[in-house]
Design a protein around this ligand. Structure first.
Ligand code: PAF
Length: 281
């Protein structure tokens, strides 16, 4: 497994390999969710490259950039067991030198949901992901369904900018209580972690009701909200029931495949999660 720190070395590495390349972009603090993406890449591709980079441009000024968990040694030892060909570990100045001035932004999907709560977040994500796409020219790139909006924004960017890359989405990995794995779960106390299981319970209740025939988005939102509010530690940022493709909010009847997605605070920690509501099962 090669450890690469500079863009130039990545480009040289890319030139001398043959066969398919799978890219798994990460911000490190790897958990089983990341490892499932990496395993999927290793199964499908001749070479898997993992990037570990806490990308500053996707954090807002009052967000957790400096506190974001950094567990490099542990991450590398997890990767050594997985037949990864290369790991890209750039410093900030390699990605954003002092005179850096070019950004990529998607102008529609990225403005909704997370885009409302975290202005500028997706501009940072699409900028770093497009840089990684240009640096590695992968055939496949792997993203988790847990970041449902990110996945859709990246697919749209890939299409709009004509990247010849297949975006592969992998299922959300959950802990035994249903809490979606996230590097940010490390911020939760044991108690908060147990109580945050209410998020998946609420989403599942919404989905069950939908499967029994409830098509009113307002009713589903209320049921999910009521379940989350049974947990006094939870503070809801948003609960959305939106068109699965356009992420346009349903106000009344759900008339197309939908996505329930939400963001909930437990203390200062903001957690996101989602479930699909396919109209025809
Ligand atoms: O999902 C993440 O960890 C990040 O948003 C990503 C895709 C690695 C870009 O920094």
């Amino acid at each position: 497994m090669e450890l690469i720190q500079s863009v130039r070395e990545c480009q040289l590495w890319r030139r001398q390999i043959t066969g398919s390349v799978g890219l798994v972009p990460t911000m490190g603090a790897l958990h089983d969710g990341h490892l499932s993406l990496i395993r999927a890449a290793v199964r499908a591709c001749n070479h898997t490259v993992v990037s570990i980079y806490v990308n500053p441009t996707q954090f807002g000024p009052r967000e957790d950039l400096s506190a974001y968990p950094r567990t490099l040694e542990r991450d590398l030892s997890a990767l050594r067991n997985l037949q990864v060909s290369a790991v890209f570990l750039p410093e900030d100045r390699e990605i954003y030198p002092d005179d850096y001035s070019t950004f990529v932004s998607e102008g529609e999907l990225s403005l909704r949901l997370e885009g409302q709560s975290r202005p500028g977040h997706f501009r940072g994500v699409t900028t770093i992901v497009s840089k990684l796409f240009n640096i590695f020219r992968p055939d496949y790139a792997y993203f988790g369904r847990k970041d449902a909006q990110q996945l859709r924004v990246i697919r749209k960017m890939t299409k709009d900018l004509n990247y010849d890359i297949t975006i592969v989405d992998c299922p959300t990995v959950r802990d035994i209580n249903g809490l979606a794995l996230s590097s940010r779960n490390q911020y939760l106390t044991k108690n908060e972690q147990l109580r945050a299981a209410v998020i998946f319970r609420a989403l599942s209740e919404g989905k069950e009701l939908f499967e029994k025939g409830e098509r009113n988005a307002g009713i589903l939102r209320k049921v999910i909200e009521a379940r989350i509010l049974t947990e006094p530690l939870a503070k809801i940022d948003y609960i959305s029931i939106a068109d699965d493709v356009s992420l346009t909010e349903f106000e009344g009847e759900i008339t197309a495949d939908a996505l329930i997605s939400l963001a909930v605070f437990f203390g200062p920690t903001r957690l996101i999660d989602n479930l699909n509501l396919p109209l025809k099962i």
